[in-house]
Design a protein around this ligand. Structure first.
Ligand SMILES: *Cc1c(COP(=O)(O)O)cnc(C)c1O
Length: 371
């Protein structure tokens, strides 16, 4: 079995021996997040002379690496995260893979990595999900998390764009982010650390951004908070993101509610969930806006009641309500500190589309062709 993509052909070599059904069922009963993987992976190579080549879907397993491999030293790597969902009718569909393929190319460009054609990105997903279809959970809000990534695989310690690159796709069955119901988080406004600066790599999905965020996240925890909120690097005043998620603020309530999300200034990661909620918010009749919101506006809006809800959004948790905010100087509650009505309405509208339980008017769901 093989499938041609533009300039790239994935050969498929399935595992000779598949995991027994009872073992798979036991794992799928409690998969957690990102700790168990399906039985296959896709892998492709690139080098400057040949371009993309040797693309294969094969049994999941370790990647042997020379200690001099460039990525281990200089972190020239990018990744993506998206999900395959079991549909109500039993089929499998992936949420907006073309959007992730596009962002993967943009991230690669920023890290001086080669661009993987969108068709190859989607083809790898189709082939892997088809082969590991039994690993797509059926429980509502469970999914098969897909993790494409690309790294500098040249063995060389001089600092330069790698002449050899590896693309890999792995899949991890994951449970609901909120096993006991959606719970609001408390956030720490970081003034000591910045996630991204103008001209930096903040709008690329690269592991280095996460490495640089860990200490700030630890500081948030020391201050009794669940998550860190990133402010702009220059004035430490404008709200940008929460951890690895984008943020939305809700002004007013009911049908007249207005949604505001920080605009993409180049230091924010352009989330696919963020983009989807901008469209979905409009569909639901809300006013939606990309703009700037400062810490003072956030605090004052909560004090005078005009800012009623805040939530973070991303592939992993869809929508996470923000219940309270804390900085070195102040702390305040958003609304009544509980998940807001607008946040939860948006959340179920999006989850329903992802599960195939609501009409997919924007054609976001990509049906995986099953054998
Ligand atoms: C991945 C990511 C997001 C969310 O993007 P989605 O496409 O919605 O999952 C937001 N911020 C950062 C920093 C990210 O890495």
């Amino acid at each position: 079995m093989s499938a041609a993509t533009v300039g790239l052909t994935f050969n498929v070599t399935p595992a000779v021996k598949r995991a027994p059904a009872d073992e798979r069922e036991r794992i799928l009963a409690n998969p957690g997040f990102g700790r168990v993987f399906s039985e296959h992976m896709a892998i492709a190579s690139w080098d400057r002379a040949r371009g993309w080549h040797d693309a294969i879907v094969r049994p999941y397993g370790p990647i042997a690496m020379d200690p001099g491999t460039s990525v281990l030293h200089y972190a020239q790597a990018v990744f993506e995260g998206l999900k395959a969902y079991r549909q109500k009718d039993g089929r499998i569909a992936v949420f907006r893979p073309e959007a992730n393929a596009n962002r993967f190319r943009r991230s690669a460009r920023r890290l001086a990595l080669p661009e993987l054609p969108d068709s190859a990105f989607v083809e790898a997903i189709d082939l892997l999900v088809r082969l590991d279809a039994d690993w797509v959970p059926t429980e509502p809000e469970h999914s098969l998390y897909l993790r494409p990534f690309m790294y500098a695989s040249e063995v060389n310690l001089t600092v330069h764009p790698s002449d050899a690159v590896t693309f890999v796709l792995i899949a991890s069955p994951s449970a609901s982010y909120f096993p006991s119901g959606v719970k609001p988080v408390t956030v720490w406004l970081s003034e000591d650390f910045s996630r991204a600066a103008p001209g930096g790599t903040g709008d690329a999905k690269t592991g280095g951004n996460y490495a640089g965020s860990l200490l700030a996240q630890a500081q948030a925890a020391e201050n009794g908070c669940d998550q860190v909120v990133w402010l702009d690097a220059i004035e430490h005043r404008w709200v940008e993101e929460m951890g690895g998620m984008n943020l939305f603020f809700v002004f007013g309530s009911g049908a007249k509610a207005r949604l505001v999300t920080p605009e993409l200034t180049g230091t924010l990661l352009p989330g696919v969930t963020r983009d989807s909620l901008l469209m979905l918010g409009k569909d639901l009749g809300y006013e939606v806006e990309e703009g700037r919101i400062s810490v003072e506006q956030w605090q004052a809006g909560c004090a005078d009641g005009s800012l009623t809800e805040a939530f973070a959004c991303g592939t992993a948790a869809v929508i996470t309500p923000v219940g309270a905010a804390k900085s070195a100087r102040a702390s305040w509650v958003i609304g009544d500190g509980k998940p807001g009505a607008v946040s939860m309405r948006l959340r179920s509208a999006l989850v329903d589309i992802q599960r195939g339980a609501a009409p997919d008017v924007h054609r976001w769901m990509h049906a995986v062709p099953l054998a």
